[in-house]
Ligand binder design. Sequence first.
Ligand SMILES: [Zn+2]
Length: 137
Amino acid sequence: MPANPRPNYLNRSLADGVAAVGFRKWYERELLSGHAHLVLMLLATLGMLGSIEAFAGGDWLDKTIDAVMFVASAAIAVWGMRRYLYLLMRAEHIANQANCPQCKEYGRLTVEADHSQSGKTRVRCKACGHRWDIHEQ
Ligand SMILES: [Zn+2]
């Protein structure tokens, strides 16, 4: 994937996350955040179904409000699904590169240099000191 020149402000960079809480906690939080968006998507789907059911009764104003609620719920559901897929795919993509190429230690790394504009983060193994690049995109 090409590097994103304007990263989404909702996405914390790998370097920031690892510096704040370490790689394993960062990974765990990305997965939790992704699944929270999945729950949001399911709740928004329930909102869509409720809007359809409420559409049967009421006057034109009620029907208009139900239609607006349906569209709003659909937009939230689509956004939640996109966010869920993005967060999980990104976390898995990065986690697949978190094994040290030299000693095969998983996830024990520190950030050496943040080149998140180019989509790369230089990391160093805590076990053996080997350095390699993790591609975020
Ligand atoms: Zn190593």
